[in-house]
Write a new protein. Structure first.
Length: 463
């Protein structure tokens, strides 16, 4: 109500004029004025993200599995040495024939050493399928790393803007309390001389009490925002002070049309690319399972030393081909094929679900971006209008033709519009970030190219 609002001069502060984040320079590489830039916040968040480190470790494991699958194409070599003691003397060297003058050697200790070499020549495409499956899973892991990196970047920007807004709202509350306390002195003086009723004093006392309670809530919100961003940056031991920086602005706020966004998202969205790679890996798993019904061909060679403790060693070699065909496996191969086919069908349905979800996300993000942009434009006009009204009311007050209540109402409207304008401007940035993430574009480079610190001149033009 008008009567009540005369005591609420500063409902909200111009968030655009407030600082954001300041950290110790030696540890963070901050700007010359002591403030931490948005790019530095993003870099710190990426460097201290356990989720990103975990995904990178998974990708390293997937790459190693890929190398392991390729190693199956290499021949296998092994060296084996056996020393066996028998109860009774045993033939030391092989007997390849009998002649009257050839007496085989006997000893109770038999020593055998063999060098074995084996190479698989054909396995029904099992190895090739395993290699390609490992490649597909490595691709999944790579897309997962990019997806987590995108989320960390978005969280860093959101935390940065949230801290800025929280600091601005708390400052607004402080200015509101200051204005109310100044008004309190004037009201009590008027009440003392009998020019106003006691109800005006009670109303003002209630407004001050409410403002103090609101300040406590806003201070807690700011404290939580500082701690949240500190944890995101890996600085749990030292809270971040929201001092020293100005808000950010979007350089190019015009994304593609809806059809263009959908086309890019269907191709480049990281979740879709992960799902497609999983489908490919599942298809290859089916091929690998079917190879269990195929014959196998391998080549083997052995070099063997036979001897005893008397060091009477004999050497011989063997070489040959091994061919095997599975005839009956008790249904194990059929079950493996059925399981692989079920996993393939599941992956295909997951891909379809992801595609539908991404299309829905495009629509929602595009709608949010358009709404935030229109709201920001409307609030810019509102700021200019309320600024003109406030200047007019101030002039009337100075010339003695106005009343304080109208001026206070005009100032309250102006400050409220300014705060909402900056909230809308932040919403434009965040919704544009969401679109970039859906399109598979969002990373620290995208932020550096598309978001910059708003200059004082730009702020002045807006206001």
């Amino acid at each position: 109500m008008k009567v009540h609002r005369r005591y609420l001069l500063a409902l909200t502060l111009l968030v655009a004029s407030q600082p954001i984040v300041a950290l110790p320079q030696p540890a963070t590489g901050t700007e010359s004025d002591g403030g931490l830039s948005l790019s530095a916040v993003v870099a710190l968040a990426l460097a201290n993200s356990p989720a990103l480190d975990a995904e990178q470790a998974r990708r390293s494991g997937a790459e190693e599995r890929q190398k392991g699958a390729r190693a199956e194409y290499q021949p296998q070599a092994s060296l084996q040495v056996n020393a066996t003691r028998f109860q009774n003397p045993m033939i030391v060297t092989p007997i390849h024939g009998f002649t009257p003058d050839s007496t085989p050697l006997f000893d109770d200790i038999l020593i055998q050493g063999s060098l074995n070499l084996e190479m698989l020549l054909y396995d029904g495409l099992a190895r090739r399928s395993a290699v390609r499956q490992a490649q597909a899973l490595s691709e999944v892991a790579g897309h997962a790393v990019d997806d987590v990196r995108s989320r960390v970047v978005a969280e860093a920007v959101a935390g940065y803007l949230n801290l800025q807004a929280s600091r601005g709202i708390l400052d607004a509350q402080d200015r509101r309390l200051e204005a109310l306390r100044l008004e309190e002195a004037r009201v009590r003086n008027l009440y003392a001389v009998g020019r106003i009723a006691e109800v005006e004093v009670l109303r003002l006392d209630a407004a001050i009490a409410q403002a103090e309670a609101e300040r406590t809530l806003r201070a807690t919100t700011l404290h939580n925002a500082e701690r949240d961003l500190a944890r995101l940056l890996g600085l749990d031991a030292e809270p971040i002070s929201a001092e020293g920086l100005r808000p950010q602005r979007l350089l190019d706020a015009e994304p593609l049309s809806r059809d263009g966004l959908l086309a890019v998202a269907r191709t480049d969205n990281r979740r879709i690319r992960q799902a497609r790679a999983r489908v490919e890996a599942a298809e290859l798993a089916v091929t690998a399972a079917r190879s269990g019904r195929k014959p196998r061909l391998s080549a083997a060679a052995n070099l063997t030393e036979y001897g005893s403790t008397e060091f009477n060693f004999a050497t011989e070699w063997q070489a040959g081909l091994r061919f095997s065909v599975p005839l009956y496996t008790g249904g194990r191969t059929a079950r493996k094929i059925a399981q692989a086919q079920a996993a393939r069908d599941e992956a295909a349905q997951e891909l379809l679900a992801v595609q539908r979800g991404v299309e829905s996300s495009v629509d929602h993000a595009l709608g949010a971006w358009e709404a935030a942009r229109e709201r920001e434009r409307s609030l810019k006009l509102a700021v200019r209008g309320f600024a003109a009204v406030a200047a007019s009311e101030k002039l009337r007050l100075e010339t003695g033709t106005g009343i304080p209540a109208d001026y206070l109402d005009a100032e309250a409207d102006l400050l409220d519009a300014r705060a909402n304008r900056v909230i809308a401007a932040n919403a434009v940035i965040l919704s544009r970030l969401e679109l970039a993430a859906i399109l598979g574009e969002l990373d620290e480079g995208w932020v550096a190219r598309h978001v910059e610190e708003a200059s004082r001149a730009a702020e002045a033009r807006v206001e």
